[in-house]
Design a protein around this ligand. Structure first.
Ligand code: DGY
Length: 343
């Protein structure tokens, strides 16, 4: 008996050549279209690509707003981010449209925590200054007073936010003989790794403050001039969470005035930063990296794989493995839109 063959469901991927074989496995079962350009698609280009798709796999740096969701059309069932953070996604707009939204927890905490520790060591021990001297041929001679930094072992580490990545940093800090404390606005609990303290106390008493909060209305600019002024002049600030949580202008002022010892940023507002004369790159007590927290081959492949598994699950009619906290795991309109805030 012959019939019209059923159409394979369509999934769009916002980049080509993503690490791992997650997209390849998705392509074996669904009709997958990946963006071909070498540069990331503009919002208009992405809107053109997604028309009529049921599944969409995007990166954390892609903007997914109501306009993009509407461009995809009413058949869209899932938007899977290959990232843990979801500040680029309008969660409420997706949930209102019955679209499942997923992210990639569990697979990147240790890799990102490694970079937080690297930034702590680089900034506090002033290691890039040593490399700069070698590159410029100005090392000269061994001097007892050259390239002096501050100790990391024995220091007090304050973690702002206490999710998977912060706890992975706390585990590493124990090995460095650091005292660890944390602040989370709602979960006011101690555990075997760290003690909960109020926000101001954390800023005042920590030698190193490491930021691990998502970017939300609540956390935007949460480390500004007033908060930096509470920190010790010998303190180091590190941010591997999201740009925008730290006020970079205020940070530069503190560093230049010597009111803060050093800082390390893996994330910045307005990424990517492409101007080599950016004042952030010129500040000698500031180490800056281009958002590489999760950048290992294995971790990036695991992120893409998990995002692809989320797309496949929904297109197969199953619950998504890792929906964004507080959002439904199955598509369909919900009587009261959920706001997607973290529990
Ligand atoms: C994340 O997963 O949120 C990282 O910042 C990469 O996007």
């Amino acid at each position: 008996m012959s019939g019209t063959p059923s159409r394979r469901l369509r999934a769009v991927v916002s980049r080509s050549g993503l690490p791992g074989d997650g997209v390849e496995r998705l392509s074996a079962r669904f009709d997958v279209t990946a963006w071909k350009g070498t540069a990331p698609p503009t919002p208009t280009e992405l809107a053109g690509l997604v028309r009529g798709c049921e599944g969409l796999l995007v990166l954390g740096s892609d903007r997914v707003d109501a306009a993009l969701l509407d461009a995809a059309g009413p058949g869209l069932r899932v938007v899977a981010l290959a990232s843990m953070g979801y500040d680029g996604l309008d969660v409420a707009a997706a949930v209102e449209r019955g679209v499942v939204v997923t992210h990639t927890p569990d697979v990147l905490a240790d890799t990102t925590a490694d970079v937080a520790m690297a930034l702590i060591l680089m900034a506090r021990r002033r290691l890039p200054a040593g490399m700069d001297a070698l590159r410029r041929g100005t090392w000269g001679a061994f001097r007892m007073d050259a390239f002096l930094g501050l100790d990391v072992h024995g220091a007090t580490l304050g973690l702002i936010g206490y999710g998977q990545i912060a706890r992975a940093v706390a585990r590493r800090a124990a090995g460095f003989g650091m005292r660890v404390r944390h602040h989370h606005p709602r979960r006011k609990e101690d555990d075997e790794l760290s003690r909960w303290v109020p926000f101001d106390e954390l800023l005042r008493t920590s030698d190193i403050v490491s930021v691990h909060t998502p970017l939300t209305e609540e956390t935007k600019g949460m480390i500004g001039a007033a908060e930096l002024a509470l920190m010790k002049p010998t303190a180091t600030l590190v941010n591997t969470g999201r740009g925008g949580v730290v006020d970079e202008d205020a940070l530069l002022v503190s560093l230049r005035r010597g009111e803060l010892h050093s800082a390390g940023l893996d994330v910045m507002t307005d990424e990517p930063r492409t101007d080599p004369s950016d004042p952030l790159f010129a500040e000698p007590h500031l180490v800056v990296l281009p958002h590489v927290g999760s950048a290992t081959e294995a971790t990036r492949a695991a992120m893409v794989d998990l995002a692809a598994r989320n797309v496949a699950a929904i297109l197969d009619g199953h619950a998504a493995p890792t929906p964004i906290p507080g959002t439904p795991a199955l598509p369909g309109r919900h009587p009261r839109p959920m706001d997607g805030t973290r529990p």
